[in-house]
Design a protein around this ligand. Structure first.
Ligand code: GDD
Ligand code: MN
Length: 396
């Protein structure tokens, strides 16, 4: 799918002003001239609020920042609201949400209600150092579309307590996002961007909790910068991100792939399902043979079971947009497509071996397989699993 490029005005209003430093040490003194909205999703973070607000207040003074700090709270009921009301800063607000709960919806709502042209999203648990915000705004000022507070660029780090499991988890999750963006820390919940970028997205889906990644993909941002941070472990309270959230991350990735790659993502899922069918076929064969079923019968059953599992997986994933159509009709259509696909496979093999001189056996058979699968895919995609309205539309 072609990347749509939105023209941006030649001269963006400057976000910072640099002055020659009067003191020793620094090369320039930076004053942030743009107002900034900091959006912080919170759920039961009462103990972390005072230190976070204190650190951000210091930043506000040091840089002459015009600031609003929005806590998007999901009815924590732990005194967070009372503390914010009594904290004595009129630029700090806590919005008690009553919409759908969750980090994703909270951040999106915060981005919507933010008043200022630059938005920073960060966690409340002091994992993200607010002192890095000026560097992030400076990077925006110099032309970057979105800037991440990143653990994985030179100079970035995480606390040593990260066990192997958490590290490995984060490693795999990061690699899975590579087709979407080449940034080093796509999972980050600490990022800054101009609110105006949001106009480039059709809609942002709150289901995934990696809202930074959602913004990068949906707004088609290509110029994404990373500023190194030290990601500290939270001292107070507990992480709310559990295994269920990680499964949601996979769903989120899938949706973003579909958004970015359209039909190619249907094909990729179709091929993965096909590969899983081979595995199912083998497992059924060996299990049944192990149970003393005759191998010819076992093989036939293997084919049958893999055909059904392929059908169900394709219906659930590859072509999920057509799930509202009759499953029986689709199953018959799928069987038909597979049978004709087999014939295509076999004929291609024949034609290549008989009428093209010098085609080796392996090439003829691979071509047959590719032709049969290609046929299967096209018929499945455009005939069997067509939906009344949507063409390349994603599942909701
Ligand atoms: N409003 C609201 N509702 N806020 C929530 C909810 C919720 O249901 N669940 C979590 N939060 C808030 C927390 O209060 C915290 O401020 C922030 O979201 C992050 O939650 P943590 O529980 O601290 O998440 P984490 O430390 O495991 O995850 C962090 O690392 C990820 C990368 O590894 C976060 O920074 C993620 O944003 C980041 O993607
Ligand atoms: Mn955290």
């Amino acid at each position: 799918m072609a990347e749509s490029v939105t023209e941006r005005p030649d001269s963006q209003p400057p976000l910072v002003q640099e002055r020659a430093s009067q003191g020793t040490g620094g090369l320039v003194r930076v004053e942030i001239s743009t107002p900034v909205s900091i959006v912080v999703p919170t759920y039961q973070e009462r103990e972390n609020l005072p230190l976070l607000v204190e650190r951000i207040a210091r930043l506000k003074d040091d840089y002459g920042l015009e600031l609003e700090l929005l806590f998007m709270d999901d009815q924590s009921g732990d005194g967070s609201r009372q503390w914010v009301m009594g904290c004595g800063h009129d630029w700090v607000r806590l919005i008690e949400r009553d919409g759908p709960r969750g980090l994703g919806p909270a951040v999106l709502e915060g981005m919507r209600v933010a008043h200022h042209p630059v938005i920073v999203v960060m966690d409340a648990d002091l994992s993200h150092p607010p002192e890095k915000i000026p560097a992030m705004i400076l990077a925006l000022h110099s032309g970057q579309e979105l800037v991440i507070g990143s653990r994985y660029v030179a100079g970035g780090s995480t606390d040593d307590q990260w066990g192997f499991f958490r590290w490995f988890n984060s490693f795999v999750a990061t690699k899975l996002a590579l087709p979407l963006t080449t940034v080093r820390d796509p999972m980050a919940g600490f990022f800054a961007f101009r609110k105006a970028e949001l106009d480039r997205a059709d809609e942002l889906n709150p289901v995934g909790y990696k809202i930074g990644l959602e913004v990068i993909v949906k707004c088609r941002l290509s110029n994404v910068g990373e500023v190194p941070i030290h990601f500290s472990d939270r001292i107070h309270g507990q992480s709310k991100l559990n295994f269920k959230e990680q499964l949601k991350y996979l769903q989120h990735l899938r949706r973003l792939y579909m958004y970015k790659f359209g039909t190619w993502s249907h094909l990729a899922q179709f091929l993965i399902v096909g590969a899983s069918g081979t595995a199912v076929n083998l497992v059924v064969l060996y299990v049944l043979v192990g149970l003393a079923v005759h191998e010819k019968l076992a093989y036939a059953l293997g084919i049958l079971v893999s055909l059904m599992s392929n059908f169900l997986l394709n219906r659930r994933f590859s072509f999920s947009y057509a799930r509202d159509q009759s499953i029986y009709k689709q199953f018959l259509g799928f069987l038909g497509a597979c049978s004709v696909g087999l014939a295509v496979n076999y004929s291609l093999f024949w034609i290549l071996r008989d009428s093209v001189v010098g085609v080796p056996l392996w090439l003829a058979s691979l071509s047959g397989i590719a032709g049969g699968m290609g046929f299967n895919f096209l018929i499945s995609r455009y005939l069997v699993f067509r939906s009344g309205t949507a063409k390349t539309k994603m599942a909701p």
